[in-house]
Design a protein. Structure first.
Length: 430
């Protein structure tokens, strides 16, 4: 009973993040209520499968630490952009390919991490967070193109939800604070129901059980720019997961070896691949559950395994998934401002320790964020370039990320930089 209670705590801690991704992506792509219900249900189920793959260690995959995996918010903006341009099947073609790439590089990724130091990953996460904010603001108004966009009722619900989340975060502690966004979504939906803004018909129409099916939205299609974008997202997620692995290794007093990391990366790659096949999402380690472990002091793999089983069980019950689809768009928008703001804050936090290390790091951030935001605002800037080059320039996240990787090599990894460092060391010794 105690294990089940602790597992349920972990489920609640990650639940808001798990359901927001399919709700945001599904609404942005104009999915029907049935499709949206399936998307939420399959995502919950695959979060459980991904978690089980990671905690049940064997020769081939699984790091064996109490890691909870969930869909990464860094993929939200890219998936919406890909789906809007190429259709939803291109999203899953890109996710499947990125999963295969992660599986292929899992053995060597520890050696590739040097190309993705905090100055690069922090910049990428910041760019992704900033590009998500317009989606949140549109939803606060009621959704782009809605007849009552910007109405007093919509704005009241949006800002009321946001203020409630801020209040919860400010005046609560521990576990309640960790689920403040989930509580805010519930409170906002209840308020909207009293205002007649909640339609429960989707819940009534949803079944109590369903069989998941591969390629629910159709056979995947493959677009180079979409694939490159999702590979970058997957790499950033691996870097973030690496930090979670080491944090949990310290907490559980387990020394991680190269083989352990490879198994962890391989489990994530397999989870991403399955996510693409069953039309779910790419997955990464959730840091909020690490915070919950620090708070409770319980670091049991068994607890997280039961959490994974609970998620899989919920994923087979569309009726529960349908409940989440009734959340009004303005309420979602209010919560999204907080969630996406946290993505930006996480990027800034990653940059704060390194941006002042050298003038070059400041230039990396300045040019990369500027390029990413510029291409997002003016996507036709490189329309005259050959199609092969446009793969790297047509998407703000890809353009900003590639700029960060290239400038990091120039400023921090080039032979000239190494020579300058060597000379400085010699002068100091002299």
């Amino acid at each position: 009973m105690k294990t089940a209670a602790l597992s349920f705590q972990h489920l609640l801690a990650m639940y808001a993040g798990a359901i927001l991704v399919p709700l945001i992506v599904g609404e942005a792509l104009g999915l029907t209520s049935d499709q949206l219900t399936y998307l939420v249900a399959i995502d919950i189920l695959m979060c459980g499968v991904a978690t089980i793959l990671q905690v049940v260690r064997n020769r081939f995959f699984g790091i064996g630490l109490p890691v909870v995996l969930g869909c990464t918010f860094t993929a939200v903006g890219p998936m919406i952009a890909i789906g809007s341009e190429f259709g939803i099947t291109a999203i899953y073609g890109a996710i499947i390919t990125s999963g295969l790439v992660v599986l292929l590089i899992s053995r060597f990724f520890g050696k590739l991490v040097r190309f993705f130091p905090p100055i690069v990953t922090g910049t990428v996460v910041t760019i992704i967070g900033i590009t998500l904010i317009p989606t949140a603001i549109n939803n606060m108004g009621g959704g782009e193109g809605s007849e009552d966009f910007g109405s007093i009722l919509n704005l009241s619900l949006a800002f009321g939800t946001l203020l409630f989340i801020i209040f919860m975060y400010r005046f609560t502690k521990g576990f309640i604070r960790s689920i403040s966004i989930l509580i805010g979504l519930v409170a906002g939906t209840i308020a909207a129901a009293f205002m007649g803004k909640v339609d429960f018909s989707a819940v009534g129409e949803a079944s109590y059980f369903h069989i998941v099916q591969p390629f629910y939205f159709g056979m995947p299609t493959f677009e180079w720019s979409a694939i490159l974008t999702m590979i970058l997202v997957a790499v950033v997620s691996l870097v973030e997961s690496t930090g979670v692995y080491f944090a949990l290794g310290d907490m559980t007093e387990k020394e991680l070896k190269e083989e352990d990391l490879s198994n962890g990366y391989r489990a994530e790659g397999f989870a991403i691949l399955l996510g693409g096949v069953f039309n779910a999402f790419p997955y990464t380690a959730f840091s909020q559950n690490v915070g919950l472990m620090q708070m409770t002091g319980v670091k049991s793999v068994r607890v997280i395994l039961v959490t994974g089983i609970m998620l899989v069980t919920l994923g087979f019950i569309p009726k529960i998934a349908a409940v989440t689809t009734v959340i009004p768009t303005p309420v979602l928008g209010g919560a999204m401002v907080a969630m996406f703001g946290m993505v930006i804050a996480q990027g800034i936090k990653m940059l704060s320790g390194v941006i002042s290390d050298s003038p070059g790091n400041s230039m990396i951030v300045a040019c990369s964020v500027g390029m990413g935001m510029g291409v997002t605002a003016v996507p036709e800037l490189f329309a005259q370039f050959p199609s092969g080059i446009q793969i790297l320039t047509s998407n703000g996240i890809v353009a900003g990320s590639m700029t960060a990787i290239a400038l990091n090599i120039v400023f921090n990894m080039s032979p000239v930089k190494a020579k300058i460092r060597t000379t400085a060391v010699h002068q100091e010794n002299a």
